[in-house]
Design a protein. Structure first.
Ligand SMILES: Cc1cc2nc3c(=O)[nH]c(=O)nc-3n(C[C@H](O)[C@H](O)[C@H](O)COP(=O)(O)O)c2cc1C
Length: 433
């Protein structure tokens, strides 16, 4: 299903709020979206642009799993399978994303949002960025980009990303920033797999897509995107980027980042701009969820049966992982802690729980922390390891941090009080009120 089709579908189902009042792309749309998160909103009348804006579209695991017609627990195996069984998308000659080819580039005509008052400029935050290297082929990434002129952005490209490697190697790289994507493409773009894997093949394995040759660059792009900004990114040419809100909801610093020069804009007729609030639920779910299968697989590789993983929004969907296991030996908790850190190196705190704990319920996890954990025997401390550059408490510059694993599982042999929650009698309350 294309992005437009999905928006029409949730509209018919009454799940989409619509704002017909005139709203500004500057500090207004972002405020409305945040205030009613996670409800999707379509803005029909944007003050500075002829185009509409939609946001909060894929904020929760429930929404994403129902998009695919599965349950949230099915997402990890589904994504693992798509990574293993990638398939090439169908190439088409004509595509909705090229219905309109703009004759001149003027980014001011597009509703690129100014999100929060300290931001360095208008920011694209939802774009799936497609690039190509002569040896490795195509790659998909996310890169926020700050608009600073009618045709230029400064794009945040973290060192180590595959696109960063392409840039370092080639000096300048053709790009397509594709906006208005469905979860198969969004999740594929957020997945870190081996360099050389075209993540569009992961997207296609999640749900078949069509791709088309971009208008002015040698790239295959999702045919159903709403907007495509084509051009070049230059490794040596830099511009100040930031401040901007990052995943932890704190303000990121200003850095000199590569310039993205937009040379061509194509879009669908009556295109809809996909907004994605930085640091908010949608950003979090897209960052954390693709790391869950890697944790799941690494924990299973230690010999411990992993049942489910939640990289929880309270931990910025990056720094905390709650891992549910089917405990068979007393060592399983500690083995699962090691597996989790191996599966997600940015993770700072890991919580291993038993199969009776709902890992999506923070109160249930805290309850197992309170009743099943002892700090002197069930905690693994890893002092000074490389963690996440996003963590404001990590050592600035080096991202060195202290990682802790908490084994919140109950002992297999119980000597004292029971570890089970006692159930109350089940009654039909309607009979009494
Ligand atoms: C919504 C969202 C925004 C992101 N923003 C950036 C960004 O601005 N810069 C960056 O380098 N990575 C960003 N990332 C992370 C990477 O794009 C992502 O981890 C990607 O999988 C890396 O792919 P690679 O392994 O092919 O390099 C973002 C991820 C998401 C989901």
């Amino acid at each position: 299903m294309g992005f437009r089709e999905y928006i029409n579908k949730i509209d018919k189902e009454g799940l989409l709020r619509k704002v017909d009042l005139e709203v500004s792309k500057k500090l207004e749309i972002s405020g409305i979206l945040k205030a009613i998160e996670p409800i999707p909103v379509l803005f029909n009348n944007v003050k500075e642009s002829e185009f509409r804006v939609v946001g909060n579209v894929f904020c929760t695991k429930d929404v994403i799993s129902s998009y695919f017609g599965v349950t949230p627990a099915d997402l990890i195996p589904m994504l693992s399978k798509a990574i293993d069984e990638r398939s090439e998308p169908e190439i088409v000659a004509n595509a909705p994303c090229q219905e309109v080819v703009e004759t001149e580039v003027d980014l001011d005509k597009i509703p690129i949002l100014f999100h929060c008052d300290k931001d360095g400029g208008n920011y694209i935050s939802s774009a799936v960025v497609i690039t190509r290297d002569p040896d490795y082929g195509q790659n998909l990434d996310f890169h926020r980009a700050m608009q600073y002129s009618k045709d230029k952005f400064a794009a945040r490209i973290v060192k180590g990303r595959h696109f960063y490697k392409f840039l370092e190697k080639n000096g300048e790289v053709e790009v397509a920033f594709c906006i208005g994507n469905t979860p198969n493409i969004l999740i594929a773009g957020a997945t870190s797999v081996d360099i050389g894997v075209d993540e569009l093949e992961i997207a296609n394995a999640l749900e078949p897509i069509k791709v088309v040759k971009a208008n002015s660059v040698d790239l295959l792009i999702p045919a159903e995107a709403e907007f495509v900004l084509e051009g070049k990114v230059y490794f040596e040419e830099r511009h100040a980027e930031g401040p901007f809100v990052d995943l932890t909801e704190t303000l990121d610093i200003i850095r000199e980042e590569p310039i993205f020069e937009v040379k061509k804009i194509t879009h669908r007729k009556e295109a809809i701009w996909q907004a994605l609030l930085p640091g908010a639920l949608e950003h979090k779910i897209l960052m954390g969820m693709p790391r869950e299968p890697t944790i799941f697989n690494k924990v299973n590789a230690t010999g411990v049966k992993c049942l489910d993983v939640n990289i929880s929004p309270g931990g910025s969907s990056w720094l905390h992982a709650i891992v549910q296991i089917d405990k068979k030996t007393e060592e399983d908790g500690k083995k699962a802690i090691e597996g989790t850190f191996a599966g997600h190196t940015s993770c700072k705190h890991v919580f291993i729980v038993d199969k009776d704990i709902n890992i999506y319920d923070p109160l249930a996890v805290e309850w197992s922390f309170a009743t099943r954990f002892q700090g002197n025997t069930r905690m693994v401390i890893k002092d000074k390891e490389p963690g996440s550059s996003l963590d404001p408490s990590a050592e600035p510059g080096t991202k060195m941090t202290t990682k802790i694993g908490f084994d919140l599982t109950k002992p297999l042999v119980i000597k004292g009080k029971s570890f089970e929650i006692v159930e109350f009698p089940k009654v039909d309350v309607n009979k009494y009120f």
